[in-house]
Structures are given as structure tokens and as C-alpha cells.
Design a protein around this ligand. Structure first.
Ligand SMILES: Cc1cc2nc3c(=O)[nH]c(=O)nc-3n(C[C@H](O)[C@H](O)[C@H](O)COP(=O)(O)OP(=O)(O)OC[C@H]3O[C@@H](n4cnc5c(N)ncnc54)[C@H](O)[C@@H]3O)c2cc1C
Length: 497
């Protein structure tokens, strides 16, 4: 009995000391101040509350759900964000800014024992029929944004999947409409920004143009928090779009069709992304664990012959037909961005559209297939996604204010996004090993020099910003707007080495 009482006392003491540890330190101090200033509806510290659970569970890389913020702030205005930044800064707490939570890198939009600023409640939007300018706040996902502007048969340049968040635009943002209008950031006209000092400013061509430049593709959470986007909108009427699914036995024909598209397609209304996927069936060789999905999208009711090379190849499924833009961004099925959540990492490479670059595509692909075969059982999914960057896209980008932070060299060239969803059964040590081996796979063929590594698809260790034409300028802007390195030191994000 005595033994039981002393065990219970020990447990109680442990619980008290754990809560005492949690209740002190910069994170809890910032949370205490924030709760006083903004109220307990806006600042949630209870790890069992539904809001808290929703915020920490909704990451595309579920490894980030292990982190436990000291509290989560749900701002509804730029003033709230400003107050939060000032309070967090005062307490010297770590923090993170979260929009859609799709960046797979740890601490980019997640934080452990610090303050998470979840922008999900900032969802106001507006449309001005005279100027055709659209505004949206950073909360919600691009599906919500598209649905709102569809009332006017308009849309904005954003994600190709409805579920992805608006942080995509600050890192460029490749859309099905990009070949016509450039990346998402090329359509920015004015941004409302809370600086690392907490000051609320405007960034546009005429006001703080250097900040505007940095935010046009130079990454989120580096120069401040964007609380409102004003962007050029575009018409969205009937699209001719769908997916075509092939067995892997047609891999080389599909790769040839993609290569031809990269090199020769000059119709900016035609957009594709080619996704080669491998799932795990260790020990079987039935070819049922591999598929190729082509996403084909034409901005117009009739694609003519734009996709004939793809439809001529024998396929299992073809859903091509007339669609609204909302239907296009929900291909192959609604919520696919969420369904793929797991132990995810991204890596990216870039190659030219010339003969050498196209030859490289075949090598990259073969190496990826070999890696997939050699590592069966260690992953739930790996995919190899080919994204053409035509000249019409780089022209459109460069025609806006002299180009974005990437200073995109003339197309054609292409990005390949590698996705690895590691097996949930791997130990932390095995997970590190499989990630290391995936890194070596991607590094086996060096990217083409002079082309930018896309930060939306990059791993934290790839230092993608250093490949940008505007890098020297970005570094200066970072130093100007984050002079004491507050964002650099207290939140995750791309490094400026
Ligand atoms: C399923 C899937 C599909 C994708 N499709 C595309 C695609 O079609 N095109 C494309 O270009 N990319 C695509 N991506 C990549 C995607 O753009 C990045 O993952 C991007 O980071 C997602 O933004 P988010 O708001 O969802 O994520 P978050 O992780 O919330 O934000 C990304 C980064 O931006 C910062 N940030 C977000 N909002 C703000 C803000 N308002 N102010 C300051 N900093 C901010 C965050 O702190 C974080 O560092 C896709 C990713 C996934 C997982």
C-alpha cells in the first residue's frame, strides 16, 4: 500500500513538473501575453481543443504533427498578426506561420514549444469588376479561392490541386494557367505585409518595391507575413481536361510524348504534368504497383490535337472532357492533396529542354525506377513528376515588373519533383537512411547550371534560393527587412547563405 501511495506521489510530481516545464519559457510567456491581448478564443493553448488538434494534424508531412506548439494564434486581421509578432518577439519565442501546411520541411510552417500563427481564419476575398483585380487573404486553400471568383467566371493563378494553401504563391506557384500568365507571384499587384518588426506595410510596384520583389517568388516567412494579396484575375470558362492513366510498360512512349511536349509545344493554353508513381508490393513482380498519370489541361472547350501524342498511347483510363476550373483542380479526385499526407519529403531538379536535357530526363527516370525497385518496403509511395516550363511561361513572368525573384531564364526547360512517402513502419534511424539514399538518387545527375531549383518542390538542404537569378538582391532585401535576423533565427525557412 505504502509503495502504491509513493508511486502515485511520484507520478503526480512528474505530472506537476511536466506542466511546470511547459508553463515556463519563451513560448508559454508569449502565449500568456497573447492570451491577455487577444483573448482565449484567438489564442488556444489547450492541446485537446478541436482547433489545436486540427492545426497540428493538418500537415502534408505528418512528421510535423509530432511538434507541440505552446499555443496557436488564429488571427483575423493584419492588426492581430502584428500584435502576435510583437509579443512573440518580446518573449524571444520560436514561432511558425502556417497557411495550408503543405511545405514538407520541418519548422517551415510548424513549431515545437513556440507559437504557431495559423492563418486559417483570414479568408476574406473581393473582386472589382472594373479593374478585374481580385483580393484574397492567406487562409483556406486555393480551392476556396477559385470557387469564390468562379461567380464572375474569373480565376487567379494558384495551385493545380484545390487543397493546397496560399503559401504556394510566395514561392512562385506553378499553375495550369502559368504558360499563359506566368507563375502565381507574377500576378501580384499589391501585398499587405506585417514586417518582422510588427509594422504593417504595403508592397507594390511603387511602395516598398524591393519588398514586393522579394515576395514575388523569393519564399514565404523570410521578409514578413502577407495578410492580403491583390492580384490580377483571369477568365475561367470551359476547359478541356482530364487524366490519362497508363501501365508502366508504356513508360518510354509516355516519356517520349512528354519530351516532345517540353521541346515543341508552343500553345500556351495547353498544360501538362506527368506523374510516374510507384507503390510498394515487396516481393511481387505483377506491375500492379506502378502507374503513370498524365494530367492534361487545355484552357478552352476544344484541345484540338494538343494532347494527341498522349491519347494515341494505349491507356487504361481517359477522363478527358469539358470541365469547369473547379473540376480541373479536383482531378483525379477531390481532396487528393490531403489523402497523400504521410511521412513526405520533396526534392527537385531542373534540366534544359535541349538534346542534353532531354537525354538527362531518361537517365533521371531510369535511376528513379531502379531506386524504387531496390527500396521496396521502405516507402508507401514515390513519384517522379515532370513539369514543363515553356518559353511562353518565362516570357509571361519576365513581362511583369522585369521578372520575379527567380529571374527565369528563357524556356523551354523542366522541373522534376520527387516525392517520397516513407513507410510508417520505419524507425527514425531507418527513416534518416532512406531519406539520405533518396537525396543521393536526386544528386546522382547534377541539375543544369543556370536554371533555378523551384523552392516549392525543394528540400531544405538543396539551398534553392542560391540558384535564383535574383539571389544577390534577395539577400539584400532579407537583410533590410529582417535586420536583426529575427525571422532568420526564430522561425524555419530557406537559408540565405
Ligand atoms: C499535394 C501538393 C500539391 C502541390 N501542387 C503544387 C502546384 O500545383 N504548384 C506549385 O507551385 N506547388 C505545388 N505544391 C508545392 C506547394 O506550393 C508548397 O508545398 C507550398 O509550400 C504550399 O503552401 P501552403 O500554404 O500549403 O503551405 P505552408 O507550409 O503553410 O506554407 C509554405 C511556406 O510559406 C510560409 N507562408 C505561408 N503563408 C504565408 C504568409 N501569408 N506570409 C508569410 N509566409 C507564409 C510558411 O511559413 C511556409 O514556410 C504542392 C504541394 C503538395 C503537397
Amino acid at each position: 500500500m505504502l509503495h502504491q501511495i509513493s508511486s502515485a506521489c511520484a507520478l503526480l510530481a512528474l505530472a506537476l513538473s511536466a506542466s511546470a516545464t511547459q508553463a515556463t519559457g519563451p513560448g508559454p510567456e508569449a502565449c500568456g501575453n497573447l492570451t491577455q491581448a487577444l483573448g482565449s478564443k484567438t489564442v488556444v493553448s489547450n492541446v485537446l481543443s478541436m482547433n489545436y488538434i486540427d492545426s497540428v494534424k493538418s500537415y502534408f508531412n505528418t512528421e510535423q504533427s509530432k511538434f507541440k506548439p505552446s499555443c496557436i494564434v488564429y488571427p483575423t486581421s493584419a492588426d492581430d498578426v502584428s500584435l502576435a509578432i510583437k509579443a512573440i518577439r518580446h518573449s524571444e519565442s520560436r514561432f511558425a506561420i502556417k497557411a495550408g501546411g503543405h511545405n514538407p520541411n520541418d519548422f517551415y510552417s510548424s513549431v515545437d514549444k513556440g507559437v504557431l500563427i495559423d492563418l486559417c481564419d483570414m479568408t476574406e476575398k473581393s473582386y472589382d469588376e472594373d479593374s478585374t483585380l481580385a483580393t484574397y487573404q492567406p487562409g483556406g486553400d486555393f480551392g476556396d479561392v477559385y470557387e469564390y471568383f468562379a461567380k464572375w467566371n474569373r480565376t487567379v493563378v494558384g495551385a493545380r490541386l484545390a487543397g493546397v494553401g496560399t503559401g504556394l504563391a510566395l514561392s512562385g506557384g506553378l499553375s495550369y494557367l502559368s504558360s499563359q500568365y506566368g507563375l502565381a507571384c507574377d500576378s501580384f499587384r499589391e501585398l499587405e505585409v506585417v514586417l518582422p518588426s510588427g509594422e504593417i506595410v504595403t508592397a507594390s510596384e511603387n511602395v516598398n518595391p524591393d519588398l514586393f520583389y522579394g515576395l514575388r517568388g523569393g519564399g514565404g516567412n523570410a521578409y514578413g507575413v502577407v495578410t492580403k494579396y491583390t492580384v490580377q484575375s483571369y477568365p475561367a470558362d470551359t476547359f478541356y481536361a482530364g487524366i490519362v492513366v497508363y501501365l508502366f510498360q508504356h513508360n518510354s512512349s509516355v516519356l517520349d510524348a512528354i519530351s516532345d511536349f517540353i521541346t515543341y509545344n508552343e500553345d500556351p493554353k495547353a498544360a501538362i504534368i506527368g506523374t510516374y508513381m510507384k507503390l510498394p508490393t515487396p516481393g511481387f513482380d505483377l506491375n500492379l504497383d506502378e502507374a503513370i498519370i498524365m494530367f492534361l489541361v487545355y484552357d478552352g472547350p476544344d484541345a484540338g490535337n494538343a494532347f494527341k501524342n498522349f491519347t494515341d498511347i494505349p491507356h487504361l483510363v481517359n477522363t478527358l472532357g469539358q470541365k469547369t476550373y473547379t473540376e480541373v483542380v479536383n482531378m483525379p479526385i477531390p481532396n487528393s492533396a490531403e489523402l497523400n499526407a504521410g511521412r513526405n519529403t520533396f526534392r527537385v531538379t531542373v534540366h534544359g529542354g535541349d538534346e542534353t536535357g532531354i537525354a538527362n530526363l531518361n537517365t533521371l527516370y531510369e535511376k528513379w525506377v531502379d531506386w524504387g525497385n531496390d527500396n521496396k518496403g521502405k516507402y508507401l509511395l514515390t513519384s517522379f513528376d515532370i513539369q514543363p516550363i515553356p518559353k511562353s511561361l518565362t516570357d509571361a513572368s519576365n513581362s511583369n515588373y522585369g521578372g520575379n525573384a527567380m529571374q527565369m531564364p528563357d524556356g523551354p526547360w523542366y522541373w522534376v519533383n520527387y516525392l517520397l512517402t516513407a513507410s510508417p513502419l520505419l524507425s527514425e534511424k531507418d527513416l534518416d537512411e532512406v531519406n539520405q539514399s533518396y537525396k543521393e538518387l536526386v544528386e546522382a545527375v547534377p541539375p543544369t547550371e543556370g536554371l533555378p531549383l523551384f523552392i516549392n518542390d525543394a528540400s531544405h538542404d538543396q539551398n534553392p534560393l542560391t540558384t535564383y537569378g535574383g539571389y544577390a538582391k534577395l539577400k539584400e532585401i532579407k537583410a533590410r527587412y529582417d535586420p536583426d535576423g529575427y525571422f532568420a533565427n526564430y522561425t524555419g525557412g530557406w537559408a540565405f547563405p
